[in-house]
Design a protein around this ligand. Structure first.
Ligand code: NAD
Length: 483
């Protein structure tokens, strides 16, 4: 791996953190595979990157969206050529299956291309004037310097769906990725740098809370787009409130798939297996609750447990693996702790519930896909995000009860229903308290042109990945021009 990937990119220069501190990044499938020692930034490094972004802003803004899109198109082309390099880096440091990583690269490219296609639409409106010889209109102006703070679960797609609209809108940016996935972020930053966006337009600062917090505190940063946990998102929101920091927060989920008594059970089982155990359950829209009508519960569980027990857990680059490791040993331990707590609270573990260990498998962060039933509605497993391959099954008695159970959490990321009834499908879409809704399909996966959006504690501010995203990266102006 090239030495530069271990560093920050500030003002076009690859450079270490001022403190000289580093952090080791290892492969969660096999900790013996040491990926590298990445620079660990503090607030002072972030501040330098913000200064660089502020200096780069006037010229980048002056280019206008069409010229910016032309430069960014080169990044899309490069991403196409380097797709396999990205996919392998994602699998190596995040753990997901290679096919999941390839799909992530494709998604990142779709988001970039969709964003670029918006360049010629970033205008305002003309408005009626109240006086003679006045021309009235609105237009958008980029916010300025923005901080982009991303998690580890989609180490390419999430940074991409922040960087692409930030840069196209005319903002300059400092990307602060998760310290668990620094390599993918370095590859992404290099992509835009090589595409010719110019020094200081996109800066990369590797590190954790200290580096991220400095983006919230630095008065030159006009907006922070954050994806991560509710706790950190809340701290960013309250920390930035005193200086009216604009925020876009994409947070956690406790997503339900509702299986009604008229559902196609095979289809529902397929969707739950995919939604709960795809990417080892580490998606903000992962299915973490199955809310099943008691009339079909036993049959549903029978078919589900047969499927889940047969899933092969293993390294992401092994074509036989169906579930990869979690991102780290700590996350694997946390997932298993959640299962132990659910057992103590009266839950019955139908399958999984332990680490995956077998001859020949390295000592990685492997957790057996787990299904727990008899989960009390107010228990931690029913209410709190696990972010691992753990599915809670909750009983429901009919449609109204199922909707009530599905809605009885503080989160509202995705919501899904399986039913043969068109009217119940529409009613569920109307009543489920979730930002991304699905009927008779897995509860994960959104299109690049649809908003990535949640409600309640899952989201704050304008959504990402859609034309709505411009309401974060730009602000409106109105003009009344007398002539
Ligand atoms: P996290 O909140 O621990 O960290 C997210 C990012 O915030 C990291 O880059 C981290 O270094 C940074 N950070 C930590 N403390 C900070 C602080 N005080 N100030 C500024 N930045 C700080 O989350 P994670 O463990 O990386 O990711 C998992 C979480 O992300 C889950 O809760 C998941 O639901 C959520 N997530 C949400 C979405 C979505 O679109 N809603 C997508 C993916 C993940």
């Amino acid at each position: 791996m090239a030495e530069r990937y271990l560093l920050n990119l500030v003002d076009g220069d690859w450079c270490p953190a001022e403190s000289g501190q580093t952090r080791v990044n290892e492969n969660p499938a096999d900790p013996a595979d040491r990926i590298g020692e990445f620079t660990e930034s503090g607030g002072v490094d972030t501040d330098r990157a913000v200064d660089a972004a502020a200096r780069a802003f006037p010229a980048w803004h002056a280019l206008g969206p069409v010229a910016r899109a032309e430069r960014l198109a080169a990044a899309s082309e490069l991403l196409g050529r380097r797709a396999e390099l990205f996919a392998r880096a994602i699998t190596r440091e995040q753990g997901k299956l290679l096919r999941e990583a390839r799909a992530e690269v494709q998604r990142a490219r779709s988001v970039l291309d969709f964003t670029l296609g918006q360049a010629r639409t970033l205008g305002g409106v003309t408005a009626p004037a109240e006086e003679e010889r006045v021309f009235a209109c609105t237009f958008r102006r980029p916010l300025g310097v923005v901080g982009l703070i991303s998690p580890w679960n989609f180490p390419l797609a999430i940074p991409m769906w922040k960087v692409a609209p930030a840069l196209l809108s005319g903002c300059t940016a400092v990307l602060k990725p998760s310290p668990l996935t620094p390599l993918t972020a370095a590859l992404l930053t290099e992509l835009f740098h090589e595409a010719g966006v110019g020094d200081g337009v996109l800066n990369l600062v590797q590190g954790d809370a200290a580096a991220g917090q400095a983006l919230v505190d630095n008065p030159a940063v006009r907006g922070v787009s954050f994806t991560g946990s509710l706790a950190v998102g809340t701290a960013i929101q309250t920390g930035g409130a005193a200086r009216l920091l604009r925020t876009q927060l994409e947070l956690g989920g406790k997503n339900a798939v509702v299986v009604l008594d008229d559902a196609d059970l095979d289809r529902a089982v397929d969707a739950v297996v995919q939604g709960a155990f795809g990417q080892a359950g580490q998606r903000c829209s992962a299915t973490s609750r199955a809310v099943v009508d008691v009339r079909v519960r036993d049959e549903f569980l029978d078919r589900l447990v047969r499927r889940v027990t047969a899933l092969r857990v293993g390294p992401g680059d092994d074509p036989e693996s169906q579930v990869g490791p979690l991102v780290s040993a700590a996350r694997a331990e946390a997932a298993l702790d959640a299962v132990a707590a659910a057992r103590r609270a009266g839950g019955t573990v139908l399958c999984g519930g332990g680490p995956e260990r077998r001859p020949g498998l390295p000592e990685g962060a492997y957790v057996r896909p787990t299904v727990v039933r008899d989960v009390a509605r107010d228990s931690a497993l029913a209410q709190e995000e696990v972010f691992g391959p753990v599915l809670a099954v909750l009983d429901a008695d009919g449609f109204d009860d199922a909707v009530e159970v599905a809605n009885s959490v503080r989160y509202g990321m995705s919501g899904t229903v399986f039913t043969a009834s068109q009217s119940r499908a529409f009613e569920a879409v109307e009543r489920l308290e979730a930002g991304m809704l699905h009927v008779n399909r897995p509860g994960t996966g959104a299109y690049a042109h649809l908003p990535h959006v949640g409600t309640k504690a899952s989201q704050f501010g304008p959504p990402e990945c859609s034309p709505q995203v411009w309401d974060f990266y730009t602000e409106w102006r109105s003009a009344c021009i007398g002539y």
